[in-house]
Design a protein around this ligand. Structure first.
Ligand code: ADP
Ligand code: GN1
Ligand code: MG
Length: 365
């Protein structure tokens, strides 16, 4: 923890550092909760070492995060809200920068800790998931007048599923660590649905659905839920905020939150797509986004959910074939286990597409 103590000195935290511990369940960054004592009171902050292999251009990334958090913070204050709680508040370095680069070239950033909240790993109630939907819907609506030209593309083609497919094919062909033979069924699953890949990118390119400022990583543990009220108070993990489709945000949230089991559950008999949770999320999301959603987007909410789940499974499989270079893994089969849960969910969503479309219609204005 000496490293953390030294790093903390670079930021304009108030008081004396009295505790530091690893925190949360993210797959990408290294997150710590720091406790400071100041005038007899304690205050917590989040300190994160950003993942430079996933995000090679930290300067652009932090430019995006600073611009979006400032924009949202002002909006929240204007309507009399508590911006320290309802959006991430960046703590700058002592010399006023958005992040700190240490002697080893590692990049760090800090935020106010949003207290009395938790990040759920699984949606254990329809109420929480409906609130999550409302928060993600209003997050997109709140960014509708944000100048998207201010945002850099942090990860190129992040949700371009056609490009993801090309990367999958490349990893399969290279078979760097000799794992393809043990993943035949999963490889076949990806290939059999290759027709899905171009649909959303083509709709965007043709202007059939609008390009918006989207979060792009809307899994349930990227939103903080108030422990008492169960309201979704704060959208976090703004690393991938970029121009994109609303279908990405809706779909990725459904992918993670409508599963009855964890993303890395080994026992597939426990993994199901819960349509009641889908209804709760769709209800919340559509009320949060209001009338800014288009007809074509409503028509494609179900497909977007299937696509994002398929894409994420394909990414886990690609990383497995490539030797686990991207996602944090705890054991050698971890990414394979993860891709299996995603493909199980895809199959169940495919079976329930008509019902999912009816639900979207029911709650759209
Ligand atoms: P990753 O990109 O690795 O997922 P996140 O930014 O999502 O990193 O942070 C990881 C976890 O840390 C979150 O799921 C949440 O539990 C916790 N967390 C992050 N920021 C805050 C914050 N400002 N206040 C409280 N908890 C936070
Ligand atoms: C990663 O950063 P985190 O853990 O919230 C990933 C998402 C995946 C998700 C799968 C930058 O999200 O795209 O959907 O894991 N983030 C990045 O759990 O690649
Ligand atoms: Mg996260």
């Amino acid at each position: 923890m000496k490293k953390i103590e030294d790093t903390a000195l670079a930021f304009s935290f108030k008081g004396t550092l009295i505790g530091a511990e690893p925190y949360g369940n993210g797959h990408i960054n290294d997150t710590y909760a720091l406790t400071f004592e100041d005038g007899g009171k304690t205050k917590r902050y989040i300190l994160q070492k950003m993942n430079k292999s996933v995000f090679p251009d930290i300067d652009t990334l932090m430019g995006n995060v600073a611009a979006v958090t400032e924009f949202l913070g002002e909006k929240i204050k204007e309507r009399g809200g508590d911006s320290d709680r309802e959006c991430l508040t960046l703590i700058r370095t002592v010399d006023g920068k958005a992040y700190f680069t240490d002697g080893d070239g590692e990049c760090w950033r800090a935020f106010l800790f949003v207290e009395n909240t938790e990040a759920y790993q699984i949606a254990d109630s329809a109420e929480v998931f409906e609130n999550t939907g409302r928060a993600f819907g209003s997050f997109i609506a709140g960014l509708a007048d944000f100048d998207a030209t201010q945002l850099g593309e942090v990860i190129k083609n992040f949700h371009d599923t056609r490009d993801r497919y090309a990367k999958f094919e490349k990893a399969l062909k290279a078979d760097r660590v000799g794992r393809a033979a043990g993943a035949e069924k999963e490889i076949e699953f990806v290939k059999s649905r290759a027709g899905y890949c171009g649909k959303v990118v083509d709709m965007l390119a043709k202007g059939e659905i609008p390009l918006r400022v989207t979060h792009n990583d809307t899994k349930l543990n990227n939103i903080l839920i108030d422990k008492d009220t169960k309201k979704a108070v704060c959208v976090i993990d703004l690393d991938t905020i970029m121009p994109g489709s609303l279908l990405y945000d809706f779909g990725d949230a459904v992918r993670f939150g409508c599963s009855t089991a964890a993303e890395d559950e080994k026992d597939l008999s426990k993994v199901h797509f819960d349509i009641a949770l889908y209804e709760a999320f769709a209800k919340g999301f559509l009320s949060g986004i209001g009338d800014s959603i288009t007809e074509k987007e409503v028509e494609n909410l179900a497909f977007g959910s299937i696509l994002m789940t398929y894409e994420c499974g394909m990414r886990f499989l690609t990383d497995y074939l490539d030797g686990d270079n991207y996602f944090k893994t705890a054991y050698p089969e971890h990414n394979l286990v993860r891709c299996r849960t995603q493909f199980r969910l895809v199959e169940e969503m495919e079976e329930r597409t008509d019902a999912m479309n009816l639900i979207a219609r029911k709650y759209a204005k």
